[in-house]
Write a protein that binds this ligand. Sequence first.
Ligand code: SF4
Ligand code: FES
Length: 332
Amino acid sequence: MPKVTIDGHEIEVPKGTTILQAARMIGPHVAPPAMCFYTKLKTSGGYCRTCIVKVTKGSAQNPNPMPKPVASCRTEVMDGMEVQNNTSPDLLEARKGVVEFLLINHPLDCPICDQAGECHLQDLGYQNGSEKTRYEFKRREFEKIDIGKYVSLHMTRCIMCFRCVKVADQITDKRVHGVLHRGDAAEISTYIENVIENDFSGNVIDVCPVGALTDRTFRFKSRVWYTKPMEAHRKCDHAKCNGKVRLWFKGEDVLRVTARKDQWGEAEEFICNTCRFEKKRKSDWIIEGPSPISHHSVISTNHYMSLNMAKVEILKHQKALGFIPMKKLDLE
Ligand code: SF4
Ligand code: FES
């Protein structure tokens, strides 16, 4: 099994593992961001370049560094490879350039975008972006399109990650949308706004890393940080859907239903449209409990933890920061 060292952490991985997957195995402090790669979608990745890393040693056999940053989601680990992500200032500078390109046409309309608070581009911009733009030309503009009764497309926000196209290709029965044209003229189109009518079409909303594809049944209903996510399930009749979802509550009302996401923001299982759009009553579901939400996410602002949990969290953070633990926390 090949061994790779990423930001000083060595790991042994199965042959064929990409640098991105190896970095994720080490942990989130090492893993590069990924806007187009999606574990459950074959041939995804290679479009956005946010996952670039610096390969300082190609392999044990050929120790030469790679001349340019490489897309970690498409580059396989070689035995003896050494990689830098967060430890390379040059690489972080290059990633800033990628973010600048992604934001060239993307409007900064977060205050009115339904994706705000769970948008990967928002996080990326916050971590790597600059508050100024150097772009002086006219930005691309598109009218909003309703694709069927459940999905809205705001092409102005699209970053051309191709995830939705791959969902339609691989998860649904038929694909009626795709990318038309090339370069800065490229756009997601449904060929004269053909409706995406199939049982799994709602999954394009979950995979879209920005607010380009949004849920029409949730539009402008609430900001996501005012809602409370709960894990729930129901017995779904669809052969391909296991009925395990995340419900987003405001009070007693279910405002939206989504797939459960893992720590990388990817759907654990794709869900059918009946579960997503038709089951909006609490009584439709068996509630399992609160969804795990990252402590750093804005969504966690609406969540309260017990004093004991808070104490454990504080001690964990103090330890990570190298503080001498306080003998007694005055929390009781
Ligand atoms: S609409 Fe969303 S998922 Fe589809 S290509 Fe654009 S950014 Fe990606
Ligand atoms: S995640 Fe690797 S190129 Fe987009």
